[in-house]
Design a protein around this ligand. Structure first.
Ligand code: B1M
Length: 208
């Protein structure tokens, strides 16, 4: 019988072979792709996120688990498309203009994907215009921004303003080492998260 708990456990360990094998086995047994996604892959990634937040695991473990999530998704994706399963929401994610730091942003992307969201990663050094355009083009309901430099943080305010000026209802979430909740309040961002796992939690709250 398909063991989705074993699949989730294998993902938390970053065991790619077992993730591939158990995802395929569950499909072969007729388990729905959405159930495998929710109770296997996302369940595993949620555990990784919780452990990361609690400092029980660190960046390398998250990267390894995310790679296992990717191989599972490779098996599952065609079946999800066939079954017409849509992602919960689309999130545009990028590092703001003038800023090239992308390690934290990439972790945020992995956690968002792990939470069942579709992520459109627009990279680093992203201008306010590009954020707005990418959200419009992809139909994203959330724009997620990362900044690691005190000098680039003000760009986040410019992006929030650009959405307001465009009359867009897109929610904004910000984070990065120098960013705080106070700063998010100051610039009128809808959400702030201190780490990648919290970014997924806050984003899910924003789209509720
Ligand atoms: Co840079 N750098 N760097 N750097 N760099 C810092 C950030 C710095 C603190 C180092 C220092 O001086 N102690 C300092 C910033 C000072 C400041 O402004 N307060 C600094 C500087 C000054 C610079 C340059 C200006 C140096 C120079 O050239 N003179 C330059 C700027 C280049 C540019 O961006 N235009 C520069 C360049 C670089 C490298 C290219 C060499 C490299 C980046 C490589 C890359 O990203 N591909 C680099 C690195 C690696 C760092 C440090 C050492 C590590 C950053 C990192 O990846 N951390 C950093 C010092 C430090 O932090 N110890 C430093 C690991 C990562 C997992 O954490 O990104 O914080 P972090 O992400 C966290 C959270 O912040 C959060 O989740 C993640 C984990 O859960 N988070 C979000 C991040 N984004 C989020 C978004 C969210 C929510 C949460 O919602 C959307």
């Amino acid at each position: 019988m398909a063991d989705l708990q074993a699949l989730a456990d294998a993902l938390t360990k970053g065991d790619r072979d077992t993730v591939t094998k158990l995802t395929q086995a569950a499909l072969d047994e007729g388990v729905g792709p959405k159930e495998i996604l929710d109770n296997g892959l996302i369940a595993g990634m949620t555990v990784v996120g919780r452990r990361f937040k609690a400092n029980e695991v660190y960046v390398p473990e998250v990267l390894i688990a995310a790679r296992a999530m990717h191989v599972g998704m490779d098996v599952l994706q065609p079946k999800l498309v066939e079954a017409g399963v849509e992602p919960i929401a689309t999130v545009v994610l990028g590092t703001v203009k003038g800023d090239l730091h992308d390690i934290g942003k990439n972790l945020v992307g992995m956690m968002l994907t792990g939470a069942g969201l579709k992520v459109v990663d627009v990279g680093t050094d992203v201008s306010p215009e590009k954020f707005v355009e990418a959200c419009k083009d992809s139909g994203a309901s959330v724009c997620a921004m990362s900044a690691l430099l005190t000098t680039t943080m003000p760009q986040m305010g410019d992006v929030v303003k650009a959405f307001k000026d465009a009359g867009a209802s897109t929610k904004t979430i910000i984070g990065g080492a120098p960013v705080t909740q106070n700063y998010a309040d100051e610039i009128g961002a809808d959400g702030y998260a201190a780490d990648a796992a919290s970014a997924a939690d806050v984003t899910l709250e924003l789209i509720k």
